[in-house]
Every structure is written in structure tokens, then in C-alpha cells.
Design a protein around this ligand. Structure first.
Ligand SMILES: Cc1ncc(COP(=O)(O)O)c(C=O)c1O
Length: 425
């Protein structure tokens, strides 16, 4: 269901069908708490009718990117046909209005101002630009990261530090932890390193789905004059939150994960009044320090993917962000609570409610090498028909990540639990 005014008129002019106009959206049960909606199988069956499924394998690796629901896919394909038909006539004339509309919707959903958001190709573009263009570092300063951060962002921070004579401090987060302990580890690192200028904080880790208390860490960092780059690539749509709740001035988002927009869509958020510390993209101008858009220079990108962003937000909002978080956590609990009682498995991640999400990871007890994790992933795939992914970034070693989507069923999670039991043999 595309709301872009310009896209609709371009489509009409091209004699193409109107984008997604007939799409039906899921309707959650009225006046029902998310924890109860999470267990309403009839509703989730209805949601699942909007997704095409993979045959022959149970895919529990949906942390890479989010499959588009059918109304989103229709909107995207309509937009693709329109863009291909109209070509530069659309891209040079009407696309700007559609991009403004997509940006408005993103800002609305995040409780941000429109001028605080620019659409990017992914979270990497947003975070890498923030890291590279950060102005506040010089010889003698230090930056902070954690082993649970995204590998491609950790390496970028190391690169930045090397080029500027900056020290990198890396903390290790325990394999099984909680909000208070994580916060304490960051605060201890702040105390131990008074030369810290910048910290990378990941809202939800791609390794094991651990939630980091970004708001508390950021509040303390700000009090000490430490700047924060927040990686919310994996959290938006997986958790129900708005950017204002994170307290961070600069945040990298994905729309192609849990928001379910086409691949090639992310967003950079920069809070009003904070742009001065991050230089414009090389060659861009922003003398007033007000243009977030001047922090990226994407070149030519996938217009249709951006045009379909409102359709993705329509679908996401129809399910309801809180309902989605609750369902994904419910599915995660269905396997991890059993796995925690299995002596041959080590479950990784959050021990308290606030620290875990729909994403989770595990390994066989004592089997911590990357080769061990690869063998485990292969066993799940070849012996049990369950697709998962190996994660390699934790200080404690390799693990296998399990990520159900909203269309997965409790029966499918039951298949995983059977497989986990049989891994003891
Ligand atoms: C926590 C986290 N950060 C960053 C990224 C990078 O996202 P993208 O490749 O879409 O830029 C990912 C992707 O999996 C992630 O999980």
C-alpha cells in the first residue's frame, strides 16, 4: 500500500496498476495485550498468509534481512515497473516527493523530526559515515567498543583509531548476562579510561540478540562528555521503541531487517543541534550544521526500494510493533527455555526479561571454536533440515544463531527443540 503521491501519479501516467491499493493488512485482536496477542495463533496464521515460504528447509535465519510481506512485495514490484518505465523522467522530477514521504513516515515511526533523518542504503552506510566523519578524535584519545558489536563496525572503529593515533578499548560482555551487569561494565570502562571520547553502543547484538541498555549508557556517557554512536541495525522492528527513548544523538537503522522494507534501505538519525561534531561527507557542504543529508552521498541507488518504504511501515504498523516484539520473544522463549535445561547446550545472551529478544544463540557445552560452530550449524541443516547461521564475533568463541520470523509457528520451534535434544547423542 504505497502512499507516495508522486509515485501514484507517475504510475497512473504510465498506465500501470496503482501500487498496492488492494492490499489487505492483518488486523490484530482488539483490546488485547501484546503478551496475549503473542499467543493468538489465529492472528499469526493470518499474518503468515502474507509471506511466501521456503520449501524443503525450516529457515530460522531471519536476522540477515526481513522477507517482504506480500503487500510490500507488490508495492515494490509496482514501483520497480514504474521506475523502469518512467526512468529519469520520474527519478529527476517526482522521486524527490516520494523520498520526502518515505522520510516523513520513518521519522513518524521513530518519533523523530523529518530533518533528523536521511534514508541510506543500509545501516552500514549510516554507521560507517558517522565513524569516519566524526571530528572529535586526536592523538591521545580513546574509543570504546564491545565484543558483541557488529564485526564490520568494530573493524571500522579500529581503522579510524589507527589513522588518528587513538587507543581502542574493547570490553567483553559475559555470555550470559543482564542489564545491570552490562551497564556496570560500560561504567567501569568509562571510569578506567578518562581519555575516552567516543563509544560504539549496539542496541541489539547480531551475535546472540542481547539487548544493551543504550539509554542508561548514553546518559552516563553524555554526563562525562563522551560521544555515542548507536547501532540500531538489528533492533528497529524487533523491539518496540522510538529513537527518543535511546537518548543517543546519532543512530544507524535498517529498514530491510525487521521493518520488512526491500533490501537496500536503512536510515541515519542525527538529533537536531548535534551535527557539528560529524563532518559532512567529503565534498558536501553544510555551513549551518543542519543538514543530515549532507552526511551521506549514496550516488545512484534503488529508487523503487525507497518508494516501497511506506508500504513496509503500513504492514509493520498494522501488526503493531509491540505485538511483533512479543510474538518474536514468545517464539524465542519456546526453544531457549527448553534449551536452558539441556546439559549439553550453552545458551548465550540475556538472563533477565529486558536483555533478550526474538534472536538467540547457543553452542554445545565446551565447543567454542568457529569450526565447532560450523559443524553444529551443518548438523542442524543436514540432519534436521533447520537452517541457521554461525556467528564469529564473541570473545567467548563461535555460536549458532536462531532467528524466527513472525510467520514461524510454535510447531516449527518444536522441531528445533527436538533437534536440540537429539544433539546430545
Ligand atoms: C547489529 C548489526 N549492526 C549492523 C549490521 C549491518 O547491517 P547492514 O549490512 O544491513 O548494513 C547488522 C546486520 O546484520 C547487524 O545485525
Amino acid at each position: 500500500m504505497l502512499t507516495g503521491i508522486a509515485a501514484s501519479s507517475a504510475i497512473a501516467a504510465a498506465g500501470l496498476p496503482r501500487i498496492g491499493r488492494t492490499a489487505s493488512l492483518p488486523v490484530p485482536p482488539a483490546n488485547t495485550a501484546p503478551a496475549d496477542v503473542a499467543r493468538d495463533e489465529a492472528f499469526w496464521q493470518e499474518v503468515a498468509t502474507h509471506y511466501d515460504r521456503t520449501d524443503g528447509i525450516l529457515n530460522l535465519e531471519h536476522g540477515y534481512w526481513g522477507k517482504m510481506a506480500s503487500p510490500v512485495q507488490s508495492a515494490y514490484l509496482d514501483a520497480l515497473r514504474m521506475v523502469n518505465t518512467q526512468n529519469s523522467f520520474y527519478a529527476r522530477k517526482d522521486f524527490a516527493d516520494d523520498e520526502v514521504e518515505a522520510t516523513r513516515r520513518i521519522a513518524n515511526a521513530l518519533d523523530a523530526h523529518e530533518d533528523e533523518i536521511v534514508i541510506t542504503r543500509n545501516a552500514t552506510e549510516a554507521a560507517h559515515n558517522l565513524i569516519r566523519q566524526y571530528r572529535g578524535l586526536g592523538a591521545g584519545d580513546a574509543v570504546l567498543l564491545a565484543d558483541i558489536d557488529y564485526p564490520g563496525f568494530k573493524s571500522h572503529m579500529h581503522w579510524l583509531a589507527k589513522g588518528r593515533g587513538v587507543r581502542v578499548v574493547e570490553i567483553e560482555i559475559p555470555t550470559w548476562t543482564n542489564q545491570a551487569e552490562i551497564l556496570e561494565l560500560y561504567l567501569d570502562a568509562f571510569d578506567a579510561n578518562p581519555d575516552l571520547k567516543l563509544v560504539l553502543v549496539t542496541h541489539v547484538s547480531n551475535q546472540q540478540g542481547l539487548v544493551v541498555p543504550v539509554a542508561e549508557i548514553t546518559a552516563e556517557a553524555k554526563r562525562r562528555g563522551i560521544d555515542v554512536i548507536c547501532d540500531a541495525a538489528q533492533s528497529w522492528g524487533l523491539l518496540d521503541f522510538q529513537v527518543t527513548e535511546l537518548g543517543a544523538d546519532w543512530v544507524a537503522f535498517n529498514l530491510h531487517k525487521w521493518i520488512g522494507a526491500p533490501v537496500g534501505t536503512g536510515a541515519l538519525y542525527m538529533r537536531r543541534g548535534t551535527l557539528g561534531k560529524v563532518a559532512p561527507y567529503p565534498g558536501e557542504e553544510d555551513p549551518e550544521g543542519t543538514r543530515v543529508a549532507a552526511r551521506v552521498h549514496p550516488g545512484t541507488f534503488n529508487f523503487a526500494a525507497r518508494v516501497a518504504i511506506p508500504a513496509a511501515l503500513d504492514f509493520h504498523e498494522a501488526i503493531g510493533s509491540a505485538n511483533k516484539e512479543a510474538r518474536l520473544r514468545y517464539l524465542r522463549g519456546l526453544w531457549s527455555k527448553d534449551a536452558l535445561g539441556m546439559g549439553h547446550l550453552e545458551v548465550l545472551g540475556g538472563s533477565d526479561e529486558a536483555s533478550w529478544t526474538g534472536i538467540g544463540s547457543f553452542r554445545l557445552v565446551g565447543k567454542t571454536t568457529i569450526d565447532d560452530a560450523i559443524a553444529l550449524q551443518q548438523r542442524l541443516e543436514n540432519d534436521f533440515g533447520i537452517f541457521s547461521v554461525v556467528r564469529k564475533g564473541l570473545a567467548s568463541g563461535g555460536c549458532v544463531r536462531i532467528t524466527p520470523q513472525v510467520f514461524n509457528t510454535p510447531d516449527e520451534i518444536g522441531q528445533l527443540v527436538d533437534a536440540l535434544q537429539r544433539l546430545a547423542a
